[in-house]
Design a protein around this ligand. Structure first.
Ligand code: HEC
Length: 116
């Protein structure tokens, strides 16, 4: 039995959209992402769950970003590769970007979401 290529593609897209339940399967490494974020994002963004306010109040905290509906890896990739008011453009390698994105998404459900 063979899968039609289109079926396979749909399955892959679905799998990518839903996301792997285990972090070990993610492309990026959240721990690397955290240490990178400590260097490049920290001066403006609160990057850890226990920080409630960003150093730059206009910058959303990472837990807030993680809790934003629709803030998927794809959306974060766009956010990090397009210019933002008040935010410098970073020259991150795609590996670095994936690590940071994996880190941000790992904050999902870290307790700052109302009602959790
Ligand atoms: C110099 C300050 C500064 C630094 C450094 C900075 N940011 Fe930002 N960031 C901002 C501000 C200000 C905003 C809000 C922009 C807006 O309201 O459009 C923002 C917004 C964002 C957003 C949300 C974009 C959206 O579409 O809603 C993401 C994601 C983000 N930053 C990620 C990062 C990451 C990851 C880093 C480190 C690699 C970083 N930022 C470093 C200032 C900064």
């Amino acid at each position: 039995m063979t899968m039609k290529p289109s079926t396979l593609l749909t399955t892959l897209l679905l799998a990518a959209a839903i996301g792997p339940p285990l972090q070990a399967q993610q492309a990026g490494d959240p721990r690397q992402g955290l240490s990178l974020a400590r260097h490049v994002c920290y001066e403006c963004h609160a990057i850890q769950p226990q920080q409630l306010i960003s150093p730059n109040p206009r910058a959303p905290t990472f837990p807030q970003l993680a809790a934003t509906p629709g803030m998927t890896a794809a959306a974060l990739t766009v956010a990090l590769t397009t210019p933002h008011v008040g935010m410098p453009m970073f020259r991150l390698s795609s590996d670095q970007r994936e690590d940071i994105i994996a880190y941000i998404l790992s904050l999902r459900g870290s307790g700052t979401t109302p009602g959790r």
